[in-house]
Design a protein around this ligand. Structure first.
Ligand code: ADP
Length: 290
């Protein structure tokens, strides 16, 4: 690493004490230099990693933006063709419906990728307003009705008698609920019941003392296959798709939900047991409108 030289103007031997002192000094210098060097290298690695993350986010947003326009054109065209009052042969109709369904899936993937890129680069801005949680839950249930009807499922809602009003981004809260409820509906068996509830949380929950209080606590429960403890540990990571995958899933839904909840100052977690279903919980701080 280097050489530490000590000399004298006049020829005279170094005493043992001189030598000891110089050796100790040298050893201290080595440690300090090595630490500084390691620190520098660490900082360079962190900077490089940040740059790679940024490039990846930029790439995602560029690709997603570029995909959006042609996809919108495809969806509009198929939509118009399907709406047209012309009678079509059954195969043609099936092909058109197939195109529409797949274009919709692609478009959902593109918007998930865009949201993820925005969340990761810190460019997702919340547009907060006073939001009544029960109202948003009801809206999301209506949006998901085609899915629940197809599986003959019920969604039970449990809300307190007084409205729960929070200061939040309504569209983003909807997105969190759509992600959680659509997972619950998809993983729960046919003719089963999914439950969604919300209540005010004033006292700390056992084992969750880090939650900010007062908050609104929302739970979404299903009687699906459940999630093993190993999978639970990674379930909120990007592109994480556990053993219970479903076609069309991207493994982004839960990571987006987590990032959105945390952006609001809340927390999200899951409790589940194999064979007994899952409950996803999230909190949102009960703040007064500024
Ligand atoms: P995906 O779009 O693949 O569903 P998510 O991030 O929403 O992505 O979920 C990731 C994985 O977590 C899923 O592939 C599935 O294995 C598991 N998962 C999520 N919700 C449930 C649930 N309610 N029951 C069982 N497994 C679930």
């Amino acid at each position: 690493m280097g050489v530490l030289c000590a000399g004298r103007r006049r020829a005279r031997p170094f005493t043992e004490t001189n030598a000891d002192l110089l050796t100790t000094l040298g050893q201290h210098a080595i440690l300090a230099i090595r630490n500084a060097w390691l620190y520098q290298r660490e900082r360079e690695t962190v900077a490089q990693l940040r740059q790679v993350e940024q490039m990846k986010s930029d790439f995602f947003s560029l690709v997603s933006h570029e995909l959006k326009t042609p996809l919108t054109a495809i969806r509009t065209a198929t939509g118009l063709l399907l709406e047209a009052k012309t009678s079509r042969p059954a195969t043609e109709l099936r092909l058109l419906q197939n195109t529409e369904r797949n274009a919709e899936r692609l478009s959902a993937l593109v918007s998930d990728l865009l949201d993820m890129a925005r969340l990761e680069s810190g460019q997702m801005a919340l547009s907060r307003q006073a939001v009544e949680v029960g109202e948003v839950i009801q809206e999301v249930i209506n949006v998901l009705r085609p899915l629940t009807e197809a599986k003959q499922q019920q969604i039970a809602v449990q809300l307190p008698s007084t409205p729960l009003t929070i200061w939040a981004d309504r569209r983003r809260l909807e997105q969190v609920l759509v992600n959680l409820l659509s997972n619950a509906v998809k993983f729960a068996p046919e003719r089963s019941e999914v439950t969604v509830w919300a209540r005010e949380l004033k006292e700390p929950l056992a084992g969750k003392e880090f939650l900010s209080l007062p908050s609104v606590l929302v739970g979404v429960s299903d009687t699906g296959p459940g999630i093993s403890p190993e999978e639970q540990a990674h379930i909120f990571e990007r592109f994480q798709r556990g053993s219970e995958q479903r076609p069309g899933g991207t493994g982004l839904g839960l990571s987006i939900a987590q990032a959105l909840v945390e952006l609001h100052g809340g927390q999200i977690w899951v409790e589940s047991e194999i064979g007994r279903g899952s409950t996803f919980y999230f909190t949102l701080p009960l703040e007064e409108a500024p």
